[in-house]
Design a protein around this ligand. Structure first.
Ligand SMILES: Nc1ncnc2c1ncn2[C@@H]1O[C@H](COP(=O)(O)OP(=O)(O)O)[C@@H](O)[C@H]1O
Ligand SMILES: [Mg+2]
Length: 349
């Protein structure tokens, strides 16, 4: 653990998180429902302070250049029929920082995540991760290059055990139907090192006691933790979280927040979509606001949330209401359709 490190977190291609062995002592067995009573409110870590310092002088305008961008997108457009879901002229994501992507429902946040991570293809546009283009790179190769995402609706694969989910994570794949087909050949040979890493992560996320349980038996919050742990199997440098708090039991939210902050302290860049403004204020170093597909504002959390353009975005046509049961079902159906499409793309149909 870096105790007094104050350098900025810019190590291009650098220190892989976890570094192959230095992890905290195994956590004592704890309640898996996430009782966090014993956790003291931690002070901001050195990387958090460095990230905020690095962003201090960035102009608070859409598309603002960053001192050390890890991800740069230009002219990314995605249309669905007559609807332009995403139309991002320019955006840069600062390395080593936690960036929140906010905006009303339907603003295009999930679609933008899908495009950046290779789960969907844009009609136009280019983007680079660590200086290399990612256009037309499929999702599992994006993951192998160091950029992974989790899903708004958790994709923990219920018919696989927790440890099997973790092993699947090592391949950068998330499709359910692919899982069974892949275990045989893709898994062989890497089993030992991957299992070691998986067990390490399960301990860190306090899921080790659930190792052999089916993911389907976990609580919503535990699935979110599993999804985050699984995403870390590929040792990413950029982690994209789509609504990590959605559906999470309040008892687990603090622990999830700390895990996200911990990713930054380990040198990772985090980008996340979230509706919970308390979480955004609490953990983000920078906030990017989308409305109707475009980036309409950027800045540090407090400034952005007081920005009239942001308030307008939230008050305009689309309301940012919490999911209703109906809405949730609709989104679930959409996510399943997404899985199907993902599978079809992978098998080249
Ligand atoms: N596969 C799809 N087919 C048609 N329209 C879609 C599809 N995915 C998203 N959309 C539409 O694109 C817009 C942006 O959606 P989305 O990216 O999910 O927004 P957000 O995540 O910000 O709520 C919405 O109007 C949504 O209905
Ligand atoms: Mg969304």
């Amino acid at each position: 653990m870096p105790a007094d490190e104050t350098r900025p977190t810019t190590t291009p291609g650098g220190a892989s998180p976890g570094g192959g062995g230095s992890h905290p002592a195994p956590a004592p067995p704890e309640r898996l429902d996430g009782a966090d009573g014993a956790t003291p409110a931690p002070a901001p870590g050195p990387r958090a302070l460095a990230a905020r310092a690095a962003l201090r002088d960035v102009p608070r305008v859409p598309g603002a250049p960053k001192p050390d961008p890890v991800l740069v997108a230009d002219g990314v457009v995605r249309r669905f029929g007559g609807l332009t879901a995403v139309d991002v002229a320019h955006v840069e994501i600062q390395r080593g920082a936690i960036t929140a992507l906010i905006g009303p429902n339907g603003a295009g946040k999930t679609t933008f995540f899908n495009l950046l991570t290779g789960f969907d293809r844009p009609d136009e546009g280019t983007w680079t991760f660590e200086g290399r283009s990612l256009a037309r790179v499929p999702a599992h190769r994006v993951a192998r290059r160091g950029m992974v995402r989790t899903f708004q609706l958790t994709k923990a694969l219920s018919r696989l055990t927790v440890i099997e989910n973790m092993r699947l994570g090592a391949t950068g794949q998330v499709g359910e139907r692919l899982a069974s087909a892949m275990f045989g050949w893709l898994w062989r040979g890497q089993e030992e090192s991957n299992t070691r890493r998986a067990d390490e992560l399960l301990r860190r996320f306090k899921l080790d006691a659930k190792r052999e349980d089916f993911a389907g038996s976990l609580s919503g919050g535990q699935r979110k933790l599993l999804e985050m742990a699984r995403a870390l199997m590929t040792e990413p440098r950029l982690v994209m979280l789509d609504e990590p708090m959605a559906g999470v039991n309040p008892a687990l939210t603090q622990s999830l927040l700390e895990h996200v902050k911990d990713l930054r302290e380990q040198g990772m860049t985090v980008m996340f979509v979230e509706h919970d403004m308390d979480m955004v204020r609490d953990i983000s170093d920078w906030v990017v606001v989308m409305a109707q597909g475009a980036v309409v504002a950027e800045g540090p959390p407090d400034a952005v949330m007081a920005d009239p353009a942001v308030i307008d975005a939230y008050l305009g046509g689309h309301h940012d209401a919490p999911l209703t049961e109906e809405g949730e079902e609709e989104q679930l159906a959409a996510a399943e359709a997404e899985l199907e499409r993902e599978h079809d793309r992978e098998v080249g149909r």
